[in-house]
Write a protein that binds this ligand. Structure first.
Ligand code: AMP
Ligand code: ZN
Length: 469
């Protein structure tokens, strides 16, 4: 067995993974705030977590994965100020916050299915676990970490000497970041809300009674309470995107360790961003966001092309979105499907040496770009087609590209007479435009053909038509 190394944000080093309980792993993956569609940046984070989960399983660990759904308490401002994102979504759409949560949670689950992301063992919603959150706040109160202001209960971060142990930022920098949204009643800029009171002059859609008054939980407390509830003592790995390091996960650690007096999760893994247009982070709040539906599914591109693109970039490196890049990934996946389909139907015996190499690279902090390159090595190896297929299908337990169904996806050449009439006309018009050397018109027509789900590639004398996968 090759040891598994994971880069732990706590130590800023690759560490050999050792579970708390032999043979099994508790994995907590911070889930979506369901006030809008997930964008493909969010989905990059869930793809990374899915690769991690599959790699753990490939290493024969039994994985218990918990994912929360944030359906209350995540405010527009990071520092517990501003509107609740759920109520904001409700106002935007003229629906109740509860309906918004149900709709976007459902849409999120559909995205996961489209990307072959395995379903977590446990789904849990913040609103279903309010008593657990109240209890945790009570414990913190008993231990003296809580103070009250006019708008809620806050955690006093000055009582935690290693508050910056995850972020590794000088405390002064953390404070500076927190100062942007000033709340004059907070004792320290980094203090955060555990419970917020409902406003006196307006009724919230989501609110609960508590020992301190009617209100709702702060965002961070849900992940502490639910990870302790569902993973109990198996607090092995906790994940999210890099934006969670300085605030959300830092606060989860501070309050959990203050409450229990012992370490909260041994390994913290964070996925880098998907950026758009020159290094800008894709964000729900920035209106620059693209969904799986509008960039892939509606354009007739197999959503797994995005999974394939994510496999090509290490999870700790930023990924830049471009339409051209995504098309390239779709072609690459198409080519992989054809190669695998060419191996036939018979599944032989997997090659142990190649499997070992695969295991070594994936166990090096999820080096999936290298793992993908190994697939080409299998294709070139001196093995029978059946044994190659067996080896590649084994790798696909981690890659998750549906390679067992490769044949169904292979784009076959299409003859002109097989095309729907309108597409056939476009193809003929395009030929005429090319003969007249009207390249602009030819290009426009190619795009029209493309938008109808067909790819037209030119060669010197002729052209090739395929249907998009
Ligand atoms: P949210 O729904 O905003 O709570 O975010 C859900 C997940 O997506 C979290 O793990 C975030 O860290 C992650 N995330 C947000 N924006 C991006 C992005 N542009 N690229 C990658 N991950 C992101
Ligand atoms: Zn969380």
């Amino acid at each position: 067995m090759a040891p598994l190394f994971l880069y732990n944000t706590l130590s800023r080093q690759k560490e050999e993974f050792k579970p708390i309980v032999k043979g099994s792993v508790g994995l907590y993956t911070c889930g979506p705030t369901v006030y809008n569609y997930a964008h493909i940046g969010n989905l990059r984070a869930y793809l990374f977590e899915d690769f991690l989960r599959r790699i753990l399983e490939f290493n024969d660990y039994k994985v218990k994965q918990v994912m929360n759904i944030t359906d209350v308490g995540h405010l527009v401002g990071d520092m517990d100020m501003g509107e609740d994102k759920m109520e904001k979504g409700a106002t935007r759409e003229g629906k109740s916050a509860w309906d918004i949560a149900a709709f976007y949670a459902d849409s999120f689950k559909k995205d996961l299915i489209a990307l072959n992301i395995l379903e977590p063992s446990v789904w849990c919603k913040a609103t279903d676990n309010i008593p657990e959150q109240i209890k945790l706040i009570q414990t913190l109160e008993e231990k003296g970490f809580v103070y009250k202001t006019s708008d809620g209960l806050y955690f006093d971060t000055s009582l935690v000497p290693d508050y910056n142990k995850l972020s590794h930022l000088p405390l002064a920098d953390l404070k500076e970041g927190a100062r942007i949204e000033k709340n004059p009643e907070k004792k320290n800029p980094t203090d955060f809300a555990l419970w917020k009171f409902s406003p006196v002059d307006a009724k919230r859609q989501m609110e609960w009674d508590s020992p301190w008054g009617i209100g709702f939980p702060g965002w961070h407390i849900e992940c502490s309470a639910m990870s302790m509830k569902f993973l109990d003592k198996q607090l092995d790995i906790h994940c999210g995107g890099v934006d969670h390091i300085n605030i959300h996960h830092t606060n989860e650690i501070a309050q959990s360790e203050a409450a229990t007096g012992h370490k909260f999760f041994n390994y913290w893994l964070h996925g880098a961003f998907l950026n758009i247009s020159g290094g800008k982070r894709m964000a729900k709040s920035a209106d620059n966001f693209l969904t799986l539906n509008n960039v892939l599914i509606q354009k007739g591109i197999n959503p797994l092309a995005y999974r394939f693109a994510a496999l090509q970039i290490h999870y700790r490196k930023p990924m830049e979105y471009s339409e051209a890049g995504l098309k390239q990934a779709a072609l690459g996946l198409n080519s992989l499907f054809s190669q695998v389909a060419s191996l036939g139907n018979e599944v032989g015996v997997l090659d142990n040496k190649l499997r070992q190499e695969f295991l070594t690279v994936i166990n090096d902090d999820l080096n999936l770009p290298k793992a993908l390159a190994l697939v080409s090595m299998v294709m070139k190896a001196k093995l029978s087609a059946a044994d190659k297929l067996a080896t590649i299908l084994d790798f696909d337990k981690v890659l998750g590209l549906d390679l067992d169904k490769a044949k169904n996806f292979v784009a076959a050449d299409i003859k002109l007479e097989e095309l729907p009439a309108e597409v056939k006309e476009l193809v003929l018009d395009r030929q005429k435009a090319r003969e007249a050397k009207d390249w602009a018109e030819a290009d426009r027509l190619r795009q029209e053909i493309d938008s109808r789900g067909y790819i037209m590639e030119d060669s010197a004398e002729t052209y090739r038509l395929t249907k998009k996968i």
